[in-house]
Design a protein around this ligand. Sequence first.
Ligand code: M6R
Length: 618
Amino acid sequence: MCGIVGYVGDRPCRDLLIAGLEKLEYRGYDSAGVSVISDGEIDSVRAVGNLANLRAAVEEHSSNGSVAVAAPPATIGVAHTRWATHGRVTEENAHPHGDCTDKIHIVLNGIVENHAELRKELADDGHVFTSETDAEIVSHLIERHYEGDLVDAVRRSFGELRGHYAFVAMHLDHADLLVAARKECPLIVGIGDGENFVGSAIPAFLAETRRVKMVENGEIVTITPEGVEISTPEGEVLEREEDEVTWDEDAAEKGGYPTFMKKEIHEQPDAVAETITDRLPGLDSVDLSELELGDELLRTVDRIVIVACGTSYHAGMIGRYAIEKWARVPVEMDVASEFRYRDPVIRDTDLVIGITQSGETADTLAAMRLAREAGAKVLAITNIMGSQATRDADAVLFTRAGLEIGVAATKTFVSQVAAMYLLGLRLGELRGTLAPDELRELIAGLKSIPSKIEETIATVDARCKAIARSHHERRFFLYIGRHIGLPVALEGALKLKEISYIPTDAYAAGEMKHGPIALLDESTPIVAVATDSPVLEKMLSNVEEARARGADVIAIATEGSDNVAEVADQTLFVPRTDWMLQPILAVLPLQLLAYYIAWDNGLNVDQPRNLAKTVTVE
Ligand code: M6R
């Protein structure tokens, strides 16, 4: 998740901008840059690595006799921290990006979905690109529409862009004007006296002002030293009240949430949108052309093996159900720490998928290496560009969840599940095992997931809090699920034990009668994942069995499933989707339940005892 800061006013702004970026460092980044209008030119410096590198590059740039990026009277500028999604981590790919005349500079967060077609169109018109990014399209598009009015050019460009993004543009000929636009990705204006700020998050300018105006989805903002005007893309000016931010800096880093985990739970719609948007350019096809495996391999592979640890393993399990159902390819899987030591049978015709959000988990890396040595093709699914997994694999599919600080994986999990769905659909498409209509419906369903995640969190949050309040002193929780509900149950149980230290167990519900049912009595809450699926009736019988033994049943169900509510004590509903997509929604109440139980017990949910975010030692 990248960071944006913009300033226009009467103060020298280099340090203000870089200080703003420093406040966004917690979001994670791999390169950074700053552009200001100084002495009649746009002066831009970018650097790979951390902000110390950017500061050093700025110093060097100044001492080389160029127009110093730092030199007063630069009083307008934009700055950015980049977390690479399109294009490698290089100085050329760092923002800001300029147009052909180098008079327009932009910084952008998010993804421009139709970047490939726009790049081609613009290149055919003679535009020359200097980076591999989707973001650079925007500066050239504004250039194409610019006829002396930057606001109008941004508005017209905005109309041509698809995806989810927020950007800020400045033009050399308008040295007191920033124009910004928001489509889903956050954008906030900070109001000062004779100066104004814009940022992707409040910490970017909190040290300077606490007065803010929230920019809503689909709005254009013009920012000058004297004022801020928010309008629709059609030019209708909108009234917007100012708000006063009361958070301290610590809360601001957490986006106003009390913990990183809570913030990251709320970032899930965005994390999934970033992961799927440009890979689903329409409804007919999944674009995974970035995979350096080739369509032929995906079309012909006759066995897939998934290796992963912890939460990533659970994402892999959902992927297994999806791949087997949609593409009819046999999938085996194992926890990486078992796979690597059990002398597994690996064939050179296998595709082995290593799932690791950090890209550094020792067991997963070892399992991937073993597979590669045996001649299999290895695909890494990871969240971190440049991580070891990306170097140890033949191909990489990136999730784009941004930096996850809380040890408990939340937004990286749903992004991994989304990535596995993309892969399952692409395999089904290439192998002809999904009919075109079915593929269309599933793609449409997947595209609607980010807004459904948002809806789910909003509707279940208070109820999860209340349920947690009534159960947080329980000594043991049992989770059950069947089919695609099983990995959700396993993940819910892992979340609760990891952050609350309450023992949990998770079972395939059909296994209950083979022993675990002995655990049940009135002191045991049972969490049943009972969303829509062809085995829902069987799941309900298992719930009845538990109820009959006095257990309190907390059920996760698909909205409208009154039959589930009838047999449960408490039911948390998630929106209806294709049943195979339900896990990505069903896990949300379980994350919140675990969160509130740990919170009620006064625990540090961001850093549970004995656990580190990345497990690199063997
Ligand atoms: O970075 P990885 O995805 O390889 O990490 C694997 C596990 O350590 C991780 O998923 C862990 O189980 C979660 N942090 C639990 O919330």
